[in-house]
Ligand binder design. Structure first.
Ligand code: SF4
Length: 352
C-alpha cells in the first residue's frame, strides 16, 4: 500500500511503504510528519493483540540519504530500501518477519527496472509515462541527485519499444519519456540494428556546453531512441522530460522538426541567468551559450514552446546576479518556468 491511501485504509494495512524524494527539504519534512502519524497508527494497532503488527517501510532517495536517522530516530521504521533496491523488497519484508530492521540502500550501476512493466492504475487514461534512464553524472554543486539516485544508466531500447507498443495497443494517445537527464540516454546493450554512434565516437554536445566527466563514446543515443519511439504509432504524441540543455544536438532537433507526433514543447533548465552563478553551480555553460542554444532551437523549431527551472538565492548570489536571471527570463520569454528558492542539503559541495 502506498502512502497516498486514506487514513481508514492505512489503519487496516499490514504493510505501509512510504515512497520518498530527498531533492528538497520541504519534501523530507513531509515524510518525517507522515512517519509520526504512522507511528501512532502502528502503536494503536499493536494494542489489540489479535492484530498482525503493522510494518512501515521507507523507500526511495530519502531512504538512501537518511538511513541511520530513519532507523535510530524513527524507531517505528521496519524497512529502508533505496531507489535501486525495489526488487529486493520481498526479501527485506521476510527479514522483518523476525522483528529485525531490513536495510538495502546500495546504488546500482546498471539497475533500470527494464524487466518490470509498470501497472497503470488508471486504465482509462490516454496518457502514460515511460521510464527510459536513471541517475545523473553531472554533479551540479547544488544537487543531491547523483548521491541519492546514482550514476547514469539507460534502459535497453528493445524493452522501451515493447512498452510503447503495448501502450499504443491499450489506446494511449500521449507518452512522456522520463529520465533524470532524459536526453543523455545512451544504451550500451548489444542492440546494433537501430543505428547509434560508433564505439569510438564521442557524444555530440551542444556548442559551448561542457561536461564535468570525460566525454562518453558510442552507444544508441537519445535521437536513435526518439526516432524509434515516434515510429511506433504516428497517432501517439511523444514528450520527454527532464532534459539537460547540453544534450540537444542537431539530430534531436531535426527529428522533432520532421516528426509531427513529437511535441514542440521543450524544457530547458537554465537555473540562473548569471555566468558567474552558473560557474559556481558547475552547470557547464554560460549565459551566452544558453541564449545561443535558445536561438538555435527557435531556428529549427519556430513557435516552439519553452519552459525552464530557476534557483534563486544560490550561495553568494548578488543582487546583480539575480537581476541577470530576471533579464534572461525576459529575454527568452518562456511559456512556463518552475522557480525555486535554494534549499541547502548536507552532502552537496559547499560554497562560501
Ligand atoms: S543535471 Fe540535474 S539531476 Fe544532475 S546534478 Fe545537475 S541538477 Fe542534479
Amino acid at each position: 500500500m502506498s502512502d497516498t491511501q486514506g487514513p481508514s485504509l492505512l489503519e487496516d494495512a499490514d504493510i505501509v511503504l512510504v515512497v520518498t524524494c530527498a531533492i528538497r527539504e520541504g519534501a523530507e519534512s513531509k515524510v518525517w510528519n507522515k512517519l509520526q502519524m504512522l507511528k501512532g497508527l502502528k502503536k494503536k494497532r499493536a494494542q489489540n493483540k489479535c492484530n498482525t503488527p503493522m510494518k512501515i517501510g521507507v523507500l526511495g532517495c530519502m531512504a538512501e540519504r537518511l538511513k541511520h536517522q530513519l532507523i535510530e530516530k524513527e524507531q517505528a521504521v521496519d524497512l529502508v530500501a533505496g531507489p535501486d533496491s525495489y526488487k529486493d523488497l520481498p526479501r527485506l519484508l521476510a527479514v522483518t518477519d523476525n522483528n529485525q530492521t531490513a536495510v538495502n540502500v546500495l546504488l546500482s550501476l546498471d539497475e533500470t527496472y527494464a524487466d518490470i512493466l509498470p501497472v497503470r492504475l488508471n486504465q482509462d487514461s490516454v496518457t502514460a509515462f515511460v521510464s527510459i534512464m536513471r541517475g545523473c553524472d553531472n554533479m551540479c554543486t547544488y544537487c543531491i541527485v547523483p548521491f541519492t539516485r546514482g550514476r547514469e544508466r539507460s534502459r535497453p531500447i528493445d524493452s522501451i519499444l515493447e512498452e510503447v507498443r503495448l501502450l499504443s495497443q491499450q489506446g494511449v494517445k500521449e507518452i512522456t519519456l522520463l529520465g533524470q537527464n532524459v536526453n543523455s540516454y545512451r544504451d550500451l546493450s548489444n542492440e546494433t540494428h537501430y543505428g547509434g554512434l560508433p564505439a569510438d565516437e564521442e557524444t555530440h554536445l551542444v556548442k559551448g556546453f561542457r561536461t564535468v566527466y570525460k566525454r562518453k563514446k558510442g552507444g544508441l543515443r537519445f535521437a536513435d531512441l526518439l526516432d524509434q519511439v515516434s515510429r511506433v504509432d504516428p497517432n501517439m504524441r511523444v514528450r520527454f522530460t527532464s532534459p539537460h540543455p547540453k544534450d540537444f544536438p542537431d539530430e534531436v532537433l531535426q527529428l522533432i522538426q520532421e516528426r509531427a507526433n513529437i511535441c514542440r514543447s521543450l524544457h530547458l533548465p537554465a537555473q540562473s541567468g548569471s555566468s558567474a552563478v552558473l560557474e559556481r553551480m558547475r552547470r557547464g555553460y554560460t549565459r551566452e551559450a544558453y541564449l545561443d542554444l535558445v536561438s538555435h532551437i527557435r531556428k529549427w523549431l519556430p513557435g516552439v514552446s519553452l519552459s525552464s527551472d530557476f534557483i534563486c538565492g544560490f550561495c553568494g548570489e548578488t543582487e546583480q546576479e539575480y537581476q541577470e536571471t530576471l533579464s534572461l527570463i525576459e529575454q527568452v520569454g518562456y511559456d512556463m518556468a518552475y522557480l525555486f528558492s535554494y534549499s541547502m542539503r548536507e552532502v552537496r559541495r559547499k560554497h562560501s
